[in-house]
Design a binder for this molecule. Structure first.
Ligand SMILES: Cc1ncc(COP(=O)(O)O)c(C=O)c1O
Length: 374
């Protein structure tokens, strides 16, 4: 089964190459936590004036990004997104003009693509706002000049299990003088062993799914991977206070061959851009660019019910992902304000381009997508 899900990997076979994880440069403080949500909980405790701060974020956001702010009673306001999943600058401007206290602006680089636009830079540069860039999907995204965005960020968040096969691990880096995120890691526990074991079982079920040869087999593994993920998720979502990264995840993070990951993901996405020809599936980002190392290629399914397309692909041995479970927080009384978000959540799919998918498998997948007829 072709899927973007990270799968259990024999760590003895991993060998670092010459590519390192890009991180903010300069005078920084940093902390290695177990999860992104734990890192945000920690960040809130280090904000100079958290109780007076307003956090701006899109409503199409992971529960793990929103929850720490709500739990800490920090005010959250949602801004709209454009069809490219970048912040809607006129909406951001309106929200910013309505309050004058401290602001934390959360910028998510969705699926490996930059959330920056020139107008966003310009509006935020006139504001006294902290900018938190979420690189969980996009640690390797570059700007138009080919420089890593992460190296230029002032406040950066990473959550490693979105990209590499680890059970935990999040990095928080701050260049702001008045936000010192450093901590003494030995003062805090890692996640409970049960949580890490559950994630390892999830990764093993993902590997079994990837290797499965029949639909019946695939369905069983799919159920297992989902059950183990829920078991893990229960821990991380009920224990968002400070937990530090486990030693195993730290070790894998340090030896993972990121250069090979980048190369294969770029080659795979280029192949999709060059060969996808479908009346039903359109890529969100129409141009291929080496600036973006995708988590999965976001595309939208039009003129047909999405489930019908997902079912067809699954029958052919391809699992397309969607990101809606534990995402999407459109305030009930403002549903109509977020019409793009609503449509995107209903019609998007993520096309797998992960490093473990061979050229032949990519070709097969693209041919199957092209052959789909309603
Ligand atoms: C883009 C993004 N940022 C942050 C998080 C939160 O990270 P964690 O799950 O490690 O708490 C997630 C989780 O899904 C995410 O997808």
């Amino acid at each position: 089964m072709i899927t973007l899900l990270r799968k259990y990997t024999d760590f003895n076979n991993l060998q670092a190459d010459d590519c390192e994880l890009p991180v903010p440069q300069g005078d920084t403080s940093s902390a290695r936590l177990a999860t992104g949500r734990s890192a945000l909980w920690h960040l809130i405790s280090r904000l100079p004036d958290a109780e007076k701060t307003t956090v701006l974020m899109p409503c199409y956001v992971a529960e793990g990004v929103l929850k720490p702010f709500l739990q800490a009673n920090v005010e959250v306001q949602f801004y709209k997104l454009t069809e490219q999943l970048t912040p809607d600058v006129s909406d951001v401007g309106k929200i910013l003009s309505q309050h004058n206290g401290p602001t934390l602006f959360v910028l998510i680089h969705y699926f490996g693509y930059s959330g920056w636009t020139p107008s966003l830079r310009s509006i935020l540069s006139g504001e006294n706002a902290y900018i938190l860039e979420d690189f969980a999907h996009a640690p390797f995204v570059k700007d138009d000049d080919g420089r890593y965005l992460a190296e230029q960020a002032d406040l950066a968040l990473y959550s490693f299990n979105k990209i590499i096969p680890v059970g935990d691990g999040a990095l928080l880096v701050s260049c702001y003088d008045d936000i010192d995120v450093s901590l003494t890691e030995t003062d805090y526990p890692p996640l409970p062993t049960q949580a890490l074991n559950a994630f390892e079982k999830h990764l093993k079920a993902c590997r079994d799914l990837y290797e499965s040869k029949s639909m019946t087999e695939a369905k069983i593994h799919l159920q297992h991977l989902s059950d183990w993920y829920e078991a893990y998720y229960h821990f991380i979502n009920t224990q968002i206070d400070v937990h530090v990264q486990s030693d195993q995840s730290r070790q894998i993070e340090s030896i993972f061959p990121y250069g090979a990951l980048i190369e294969q993901r770029l080659a795979n996405s280029k192949m999709v851009h060059e060969n996808l020809q479908s009346r039903f599936v359109t890529l969100l980002h129409t141009e291929f660019s080496e600036k973006n190392v995708p988590f999965g290629l976001p595309a939208r399914v039009k003129n047909i019910e999405r489930q019908k397309f997902l079912d067809f692909m699954f029958q052919e041995g391809i699992l397309l992902s969607t990101l809606e479970d534990k995402w999407d927080f459109r305030p009930e009384n403002e549903q109509s304000r977020y019409s793009f978000e609503k449509d995107f959540i209903a019609d998007h799919v993520l096309i797998p381009v992960s490093e473990f998918i061979s050229k032949e498998k990519m070709k097969y997948m693209i041919n199957i997508m092209n052959s789909f007829e309603a």
